[in-house]
Structure formats: C-alpha cells, structure tokens
Write a protein that binds this ligand. Structure first.
Ligand code: PMT
Length: 410
C-alpha cells in the first residue's frame, strides 16, 4: 500500500526519536518517499545528518529558511504529502496541534495542511495521563487525526506505564492500514456520504440493572466503541439514533440521543426507533436483572438475605430485532465480547441470534478493549471472516461505516 506514497515525517523531541530513523528505512523499503522535518528538540536526540542520510533528501528545520522557501514554501511542503506522520509526538506538539499554535516549522505545517495527519505519541506516563494531554488527544481525534500507540512499558525516565512510542514496524503498519482503508473507501463509495438517506439505530454503553435505590448491576463498557460508530455513520450521511446506557461521553454531534438505563428500556427505545435500514448493537447489555427491585436500600441485617439476588433473564435486543417478523431492518449487526475462542463463540452467537454480521472482539484481561481507545475485531459474515488489525475504536467505526455503506448500496 505504500508504494509511491509521499510521507512527511515530523520528528519531535523525545528519546524515541531514534526509532524514527528506523521508521524512515521501513517506509522506504515499502516504496514510500519520505521527506523529514526535524524540530529543534528533535535535533537534540538525532542529528540532521543521520536523518538526511537515511531519507536521502534535505532535512527541513527552520520556519524562516529562505533557501527552503525558494525551493518549496512551507505550505507546499505540508500539502505535497499524502500523509503527515508526527513521530515522536511530544506532549508539547500535541498541545500546539490541539490549540492551533504555529510558532515553528512543525506546528505551522500541521496547521496549514489539508492532508491526513497521524501522531505517534511519546512521553512520560504522567504527562500522557494528565487531563490536559488527554483533552488534547480527544480534540485531535475528534478532528480526524489518526493515532498509533503509545505502548505500555518501561520508560527512559525509569517509570512504567503508557507513553512509549509505538515500534517503527507498528507505525509503518498503521500507515499502510490508513492507505488501504482510504483506497477501499474511495473505490467502494466513490464519494463519502454513502449513507445519505439511510436511518440507522446504534446501541451503545452498558446497562444498569437496579438492585435497590442505590445499587445496580453493570459492566465495564464505556460506550467509546458504540459512540464512535454513531459518529462515523453520521459522517457518512446517515440519520443516526443513538440509544445509550449510562456513559460519561457526549453523543457525537449530528445524532439523536435516547438515554436509557436498563435493558428493558433499551429494547423499548430500539423498537420505538424503527423502522430503520440498519441496527448496530454495540451495547453491553446485562443478560440478567434483579427479579424484584427493593423499594428501600437493602440493609446488612435485613430479614431477607441481601447476599442472595434472585435474577431473571433480560430481553435480548439483538435477537428480538434480528427475528422481527415484520419490519426487520435490512442489516442487523451485533457485537460479540469474548474472552476465549473468540471467533467460534462469535459465529455461534451470530447463528443463535439471527443477525447478519457479528463484530467479534476479544475482551479478555489485558486487552483493554473495555474502556480503552483501541480494538482488534473480526467481522464475521456469510461472505467470510475479516480480521482487522488493532486500531483505534474511531478507525474500527469508520471501517464498519464503510462496510455498512457498501451493504446498503442499492
Ligand atoms: O464500550 P467500550 O468500552 O468501548 O467497549 C466496547 C465493547 C467491548 C462493549 C463492544 O465492542 C462490544 O463488544 N459490545 C457488545 C458487548 C456484549 O454485550 O457482548 P455479548 O457477547 O454479551 O452480546 C452479544 C450481542 O448481543 C451484542 O451485540 C449485544 O449488544 C447484544 N445483546 C446482548 C444481550 C442482550 N440482552 N441484548 C442484546 O442485544
């Protein structure tokens, strides 16, 4: 996918800058043309000589560089690329990008560009986890900036956690995936907005099943995957009704939110939202609810043994919609959250519930699927299984929206 692609690599200041030298090699081996920008901080870690030696091109460093401007102005430099990759992306660079600062060459290029941008963050774990950085990340993602990493591990500063820049081969794979996805979107849709005129219902988040006025049964779903799908479908032009259990997320702009708490409410709102062309059930619905919800808070010394909860099965929303005798949507998609034999269990679930597609994801301990920003899924369909590489939930959502668009095409 990289043959002939023009990549502008911005090397920020971080210990991981040396990995960007390997990245240049990796991309070139795959046929890409790599042009490099080295920030002043980046030049503290790798020299212009080694960057230029590897890229085989001049290295751009200064905003006000008359020679560079005469050869190629900075606007042209950013726009002539097919993709801008910032690796390593420091907390400072992320903050500049999020806030539109343009006081050096790298930030000016990033503000002036109209081509896609991918960042590979690299910083100390506390800096990564700081609310300011996480807010900047959210802002950048909402603008469509692609992210790869950071990874978890030992840091140069001696601490441990998330903040290590993704390995060069992982960044190269993510770049390849980006071009592959862009190519498939172009060939299958021709133009974006392939879902114009389609109405799609998406369920997202967990359900809360009350035990008494203060307690409930829930699960670890954050709603990130379901909300991202709603956003991607809106971007493709669909009218989207997002039926969400309790989450901390804002509904993506452009969709209609119906907030619910329990599985029964979610079923009722989903049925109310029909007719629809497609339904995507990404919610993690509690399979059981408490048979008799206590009117008052259960006490430790309650006569009724508060340690034993009697549960009854909740309605299955996906199964109900998939098996509707009348008004079944053309396309019904479920998710399967599995911890073992992921594909086998997902395929069995698809048959049992009667949905058209199942998106299988591994939620075993350590994957970080529940609540995390990334997901690795396999799309299980009659046409065969498609395993997608690990990517951000936003990218999973965009890919799924493209697939839905292809499937609903007249
Ligand atoms: O929310 P995030 O933190 O981003 O995490 C995303 C996710 C892991 C929750 C999501 O990607 C996912 O896998 N959602 C489905 C979780 C789930 O409940 O899976 P399940 O295997 O238990 O259910 C299978 C399917 O049946 C799902 O489509 C579910 O929405 C649906 N279902 C389940 C039970 C029920 N009573 N009604 C349903 O509709």
């Amino acid at each position: 996918m990289l043959a002939g692609k023009k990549i502008l690599l911005i090397i920020g200041g971080g210990v991981a800058a040396y990995k960007s030298l390997l990245l240049i090699r990796d991309l070139q081996k795959q046929g890409a043309f790599v042009r490099c920008v080295l920030t002043p901080a980046g030049a503290e870690f790798v020299t212009p000589l080694s960057v230029g030696g590897l890229s085989g091109d001049r290295v751009y460093q200064e905003l006000f560089d008359l020679t560079a401007e005469a050869e190629m102005g900075h606007i042209e430099l950013s726009r002539s690329a097919d993709l801008l990759v910032v690796a390593p992306t420091t907390a400072d660079l992320m903050a500049k990008m999020a806030n539109g600062l343009a006081n050096d060459l790298a930030s000016t290029l990033l503000l002036a560009t109209d081509t896609p941008v991918m960042i590979a963050p690299s910083m100390n774990v506390r800096m990564w986890e700081h609310p300011a950085t996480q807010k900047n990340l959210k802002t950048l993602k909402s603008r469509g900036v692609l992210t790869v990493g950071p990874d978890e591990g030992d840091m140069a500063c001696g601490e441990y956690g998330y903040g290590r820049m993704a390995e060069p081969e992982v960044i190269a794979d993510a770049i390849g995936d980006h071009f592959e996805f862009a190519a498939s979107a172009e060939t299958t849709l021709g133009t974006p907005q392939g879902l114009r005129g389609k109405r799609i219902v998406v369920t997202s988040g967990p359900t809360h099943e009350p035990i008494d006025p203060v307690r409930y049964i829930a699960n670890r779903s954050s709603g990130k995957q379901g909300h991202a799908i709603a956003g991607a479908l809106v971007a493709e032009g669909a009218e989207v009704i997002l039926i969400s259990g309790p989450t901390r997320l804002d509904a993506p702009s452009g969709c209609t939110l119906r907030a619910v708490e329990t599985a029964e409410e979610m079923l009722s709102e989903t049925l109310n939202a029909l007719p629809a062309d497609a339904v995507v059930c990404a919610a993690a619905v509690a399979d059981y609810r408490v048979e008799a919800v206590a009117e008052n808070k259960l006490k430790k010394d309650d006569e009724n043994d508060a340690r034993t909860l009697s549960l009854v099965e909740n309605p299955d929303i996906l199964k109900t919609i998939s098996q509707l005798p009348n008004g079944r949507p053309e396309l019904v998609i479920g998710f399967a959250a599995e911890t073992e034999k992921v594909i086998d269990h997902a395929s069995a679930k698809r048959a049992r519930k009667g949905c058209d597609w199942i998106v299988a994801n591994d939620v075993s301990t350590g994957t970080g699927t529940f609540g995390g920003d990334d997901n690795q899924v396999t799309l299980v369909r009659d046409a065969g299984n498609e395993s997608w590489p690990k990517m951000s939930k936003d990218d999973v959502a965009r890919r799924l929206a493209t697939k839905i668009s292809e499937a609903l095409k007249p």
